[in-house]
Design a protein around this ligand. Sequence first.
Ligand SMILES: *[C@@H]1O[C@H](CO)[C@@H](O)[C@H](O)[C@H]1NC(C)=O
Ligand SMILES: *[C@@H]1O[C@H](CO)[C@@H](O)[C@H](O)[C@H]1NC(C)=O
Ligand SMILES: *[C@@H]1O[C@H](CO)[C@@H](O)[C@H](O)[C@H]1NC(C)=O
Ligand SMILES: *[C@@H]1O[C@H](CO)[C@@H](O)[C@H](O)[C@H]1NC(C)=O
Ligand SMILES: *[C@@H]1O[C@H](CO)[C@@H](O)[C@H](O)[C@H]1NC(C)=O
Length: 421
Amino acid sequence: MGVFSVLRRRWQRLAVASVAFVLIAFSILSHRGDELFAQQHYPAAQHEFSSDTPLIWKHINSSTVRGGAFYIPPEWLSPSTPRPTTMIEAARLVSQLTNIKNTTHLIDNTEIPLVAHQTWKNTHVDTWPDLIRNSVERWMQTVMDTPMAYFLWNDDGIMEFLEEYEPEFIDHFSALPRMVEKSDIFRILVCKYIGGVYGDVDTRPIRSPATWIEKSDLKPWRDNATNILYNSTKPVRAIFGIEADCPPDTDTYWRMGYTNPVQLTQWALASSPGHPALTWFMQKLYSIIDEVASHHGGNLTTPQAYEELDYLEPLIFTGPDAITVSLRSWLEDRIGLRWNALTGLHDGGKSKLADDIMILPITGFSPGRGVYGNMGSKPITHHDARLQHLAQGSWKGFDLRVEFGKVCRTFFGLCRDWPKS
Ligand SMILES: *[C@@H]1O[C@H](CO)[C@@H](O)[C@H](O)[C@H]1NC(C)=O
Ligand SMILES: *[C@@H]1O[C@H](CO)[C@@H](O)[C@H](O)[C@H]1NC(C)=O
Ligand SMILES: *[C@@H]1O[C@H](CO)[C@@H](O)[C@H](O)[C@H]1NC(C)=O
Ligand SMILES: *[C@@H]1O[C@H](CO)[C@@H](O)[C@H](O)[C@H]1NC(C)=O
Ligand SMILES: *[C@@H]1O[C@H](CO)[C@@H](O)[C@H](O)[C@H]1NC(C)=O
């Protein structure tokens, strides 16, 4: 065979691949576009909205508190308790009411307070996309039924929170180029200082968080590669869920867009206030941002510093990879955990307590995944399912390069290092 025909065949293959690539990308693009359009340009008519989602109308849209909205179960309060008038006053009160020395307002079988935190730009519920309105309504329903305390923090509320709890972080925080990074960090900080459950506004609780941890979740478990028994009897002080569960010795995980074979999600997490693993996460974050600052004379507000921060990929900087890497190093250091032992692929997906951190199987926070990329995820009706994640971030925006990267990894096994978010 001549050089030319080899070349021609190579070009033909490349051309076919490119056409397929463009078609697939285009179909994803147009589909996504419809979704965004439907969600953002046709907010529900008001009458429909107040009858479909009465709780968020009552407790969120009507909030007169700058910084967001909160709910404290009336039965937690005595008639003489002064009613809080700001988010911070409410947060302080809830911290007292859920103090472990004082209370039974905890998630069963844990030391985690019965509080839920969410965040969205504003409390004008009638401007929210349908999916988010319906999901937050579900949270409110669960909050009332449990009962538990609830906070919706808006952008002002997040700044008030930082001023109160971690003022030295404000400059770092304000320098971050992306809202998604700020939201990634806020969830860690709110759990670190107030404690409770954080859930993205596109998640829905399937079971009340009060019942997320049962006695059977606390059973000892064994790493069958090392035969080590993990039999911690410590009280549960943090809960994380597996987002991706892939065989570690294959390329499945990165072709699906994950950076770790066993990766944690951060669309939901829970902890007691003051959990040191969250402090550890923050220390690592400080050191990355301080490093950037040091390249620019300590000034994070220069255009060059902005550019450098902008270059960091959110998934790795503050997102699921950052959480996974930090929890992995924390638990390796603390109890010598072999991280990949957390997989549920060999034991039907058991909950695994490591030190005082409960790692839920993929079904915990990511039930009902499709056949492709199922990774052991059982249906949302399965008892192991605690919470569902709906939007997969599609409402957050759309980036052509990210979508191309996704198609390229999934179908061709290339583009491993393209941006994923
Ligand atoms: C929600 O609040 C906005 C102002 O914050 C108000 O204009 C709107 O009427 C409220 N929605 C309903 C259904 O009352
Ligand atoms: C216990 O709760 C009361 C209010 O109900 C509060 O005044 C007190 O400070 C709390 N104790 C602790 C240790 O938080
Ligand atoms: C662990 O156990 C499962 C089934 O019990 C088995 O399929 C798997 O290969 C085991 N893994 C190792 C590393 O021994
Ligand atoms: C946990 O297992 C170790 C051996 O791996 C054993 O020495 C220890 O007594 C066990 N602890 C409990 C609380 O069962
Ligand atoms: C940091 O850089 C910005 C923009 O270049 C400048 O306006 C500001 O004064 C600088 N701050 C300090 C403390 O040097």
